[in-house]
Design a protein around this ligand. Structure first.
Ligand SMILES: [Zn+2]
Ligand SMILES: [Zn+2]
Ligand SMILES: [Zn+2]
Length: 214
């Protein structure tokens, strides 16, 4: 067997124990980041802190570059940011929590490091808090979207896996069925066009927030 074959899962669908990835033990050092201070304040006060201080996006809150086909959508003449945001389902693509367009909600808007989709602060913290364990054959065990186990779908082109829940809640039952029925599925990282609408949402929301600040 060559190395590439060893890295890939033998079949598209497999079950993984439903345990979240290991989280490193919290340290006892006091957390003095301004973010930690903010989280103890009621949301109205947090908004005031944002507006009174010079507001800056954290690097983790800035969407990655769009694919050329996605940029083309944004350049369409009749594309309206407001209409788009009104119709888009604004939610954390990992836990499904609603995320609004208000400025204060920027505190809860993060960009998924691998997928360029919207993610809430909690999921972002959880996702970045541990090490993704791998199978002895090198393939990943936990969903690259939410970091959880469960029934996962394996990519035919790379070692990544994605859980059934994430596919279903973000892309629907039909997409889930088509992945399950295919012998060769390229994951959302290998074929990002599959999640274009989420990339566009991040960009539109980011631009909209920028405008609110001007
Ligand atoms: Zn979330
Ligand atoms: Zn998942
Ligand atoms: Zn892949």
């Amino acid at each position: 067997m060559d190395l590439m074959e060893q890295l890939l899962c033998p079949q598209v669908c497999m079950d993984v124990e439903d345990t979240p990835l290991e989280i490193e033990a919290p340290t006892n050092e006091p957390d003095e980041s301004p973010e930690a201070d903010l989280s103890s304040l009621p949301i109205e006060l947090r908004a005031r802190v944002i507006l009174d201080n010079e507001f800056e996006f954290l690097p983790e809150q800035v969407p990655h570059e769009l694919l050329p086909s996605e940029e083309a959508v944004l350049k369409e003449e009749d594309f309206s940011q407001v209409d788009y945001l009104k119709n888009a389902k604004l939610h954390c693509t990992a836990c499904n929590k609603h995320i609004g367009t208000a400025l204060v909600e920027q505190l809860d808007r993060y960009i998924h490091p691998e997928l360029n989709t919207l993610m809430c602060h909690n999921c972002f913290k959880f996702y970045g808090s541990g090490v993704f364990e791998k199978d002895e054959d090198g393939s990943e065990l936990y969903c690259k979207w939410c970091g959880q186990g469960g029934t996962v779908m394996c990519c035919s082109d790379c070692p990544l896996v994605f859980c059934q829940n994430c596919v279903k809640k973000n892309l629907g039952n039909q997409k889930l069925a088509s992945i399950k029925n295919s012998d060769n599925w390229s994951c959302f990282k290998c074929d990002p066009e599959q999640i274009s609408k989420f990339h566009i949402t991040c960009h539109v929301l980011h631009e909209y927030t920028n405008k609110q600040l001007r």
